[in-house]
Design a protein around this ligand. Structure first.
Ligand code: RBF
Ligand code: MG
Length: 195
């Protein structure tokens, strides 16, 4: 049941994978579209902080694992989003024990052509992580460590939001299936040991 543009995924991660985030990143707010418009929330991080290895990845969809770390002593704050909406940063203080475990992710490295057809974001690359888990609360401001274990497909343009959502759901199923194999599960460990 593969799509014509799907890249075959090897049974063990193949170079350049695994790629480690090497450090933790603060989760920042994006445009707020992921959760509200698509029903697929993504954790955005600042691309200027990424290593060259990650920055040089071609545009597309990847999978791996991530681990969240709350900033427990940080008070809540309010930040302004690009469109002027205010966003509550709770720094992950409401995350549950289950949500602090290593979790599977799909990641989009993209220019988001579906959204950036004619606005001024045309050339701005985003690095967004969708954590495959139903969270009870938001966690802006908390820290994320992650690894990237493989490539699923190129970034595509879509004519409808539904087609984009449908493909992201297929990406999620592919990631879940592959990450559930022993050769990929192994890579949970190095994140479990990181703070
Ligand atoms: N946006 C696109 O325009 N084309 C894509 O092919 C695409 N693939 C995505 C795959 C995944 C797994 C995720 C999480 C997002 C993807 N997006 C894509 C980005 C999506 O447009 C973005 O998350 C929302 O615009 C919210 O910022
Ligand atoms: Mg987002």
């Amino acid at each position: 049941m593969s799509r014509p543009f799907d890249e075959p995924i090897p049974s063990i991660p193949r170079s350049p994978f695994p790629i480690s985030s090497l450090k933790s990143f603060n989760i920042i707010n994006g445009f707020g579209r992921g959760s509200t418009e698509l029903g697929i929330p993504t954790a955005n991080i600042d691309i200027t902080e990424l290593s060259n290895e990650i920055n040089e990845l071609k545009l597309g969809v990847y999978f791996g694992y991530a681990k969240l770390t709350p900033l427990k002593s940080q008070c809540d704050t309010i930040e302004l989003r690009k469109d002027g909406e205010s966003v509550e940063y709770n720094y992950g203080k409401l995350l549950t024990e289950d949500e602090l475990k290593v979790l599977p992710i799909v990641l989009s490295v993209g220019l988001n052509p579906f959204y950036n057809k004619d606005d001024d974001n045309k050339n701005s690359k985003t690095f967004e992580i969708h954590i495959i888990h139903k969270f009870g609360n938001t966690f802006y401001g908390c820290l994320i460590n992650f690894n990237i274990l493989g490539y699923i497909r190129p970034e595509l343009d879509y004519t409808t939001k539904e087609a984009l959502i449908n493909d992201i759901n297929i990406d999620i199923n592919i990631a879940k299936r592959v990450l559930n194999t022993d050769e990929y599960k192994k890579y949970k460990k190095d994140l479990e040991e990181r703070e």
